[in-house]
Design a protein around this ligand. Structure first.
Ligand code: DX5
Ligand code: ZN
Length: 218
């Protein structure tokens, strides 16, 4: 099974610890690292108590990055902007289940743009709520912190949620990827992979702890 270590794009420690005027330089640094995707956190100050950035920054990153953009929408009523995020360069578009009263229709909308469809769930949201749309989901972004900020403490009950989701995906054979987002570090990464995770989002661990981004061997 392929395990991607998915470093952050802007918004979080990446943006905070990098010189914003040198986005291209830092994007190149990730391009030459062994990270597989760019995780891009979009926050609207409504769904979460923080505001990050919008289309211009994503377009700027897209211009320079050579890896898929995994765009995590922490916004209310995401249907309004799906096409615009696709046009800005999103390869994966993850919406929060908690923000989508018509999730099935939203997933169809994402797929109609050609992007991969992701669903993010907050720490309080049971995995079972995904059961009836799992076959339409390419990626589940499982929040292991409460969304809105980087550098938070990992929530331990995530391990059991990963195992439960892994079982559901294997039972339904949907091939859905499990992404863990928030508080991922060198202590919990191995346990998360062992529990069934496929993609690990790393912000603080990589950028504030200055874990060297090993050049990719490709
Ligand atoms: C939180 C974001 C996460 C977070 C991860 O709302 O979705 O991507 O920034 O940052 P770290 O890895 O520092 O917890
Ligand atoms: Zn995120």
């Amino acid at each position: 099974m392929q395990h991607n270590l998915n470093y952050h794009g802007p918004h979080c420690p990446f943006l905070l610890s990098a010189d914003f005027a040198n986005l291209e330089r830092d994007t190149q640094m990730i391009n030459t690292s062994n990270a597989d995707w760019f995780h891009v956190d979009v926050m609207d100050g409504m769904f979460v108590p923080n505001i990050s950035f919008g289309f211009p920054v994503i377009k700027a990153v897209k211009k320079h990055c050579k890896k898929p953009l995994d765009v995590h929408l922490m916004i209310v009523d995401p249907d309004r902007y799906i096409q615009q995020f696709r046009d800005a360069g999103a390869d994966y578009i993850s919406v929060h289940l908690e923000a989508c009263p018509h999730l099935h229709r939203t997933l169809q909308l994402i797929k109609s743009t050609g992007a991969k469809a992701g669903v993010a769930i907050n720490p309080h949201t049971p995995v079972s709520l995904l059961r009836d749309v799992l076959h339409d989901i390419d990626l589940v972004c499982m929040m292991s912190v409460n969304p809105g900020f980087g550098g938070q403490k990992f929530i331990e009950h995530t391990y059991s949620k990963v195992s439960e989701l892994r079982e559901m995906i294997d039972e339904k054979n949907t091939g859905t990827l499990i992404e863990i987002d928030g508080g991922v570090d060198l202590k919990n990464a191995g346990k998360l992979i062992a529990a069934g995770a496929d993609v690990l989002v790393a912000g603080n661990t990589v950028f504030h702890l200055k874990i060297p981004l090993l050049p990719s061997n490709n």
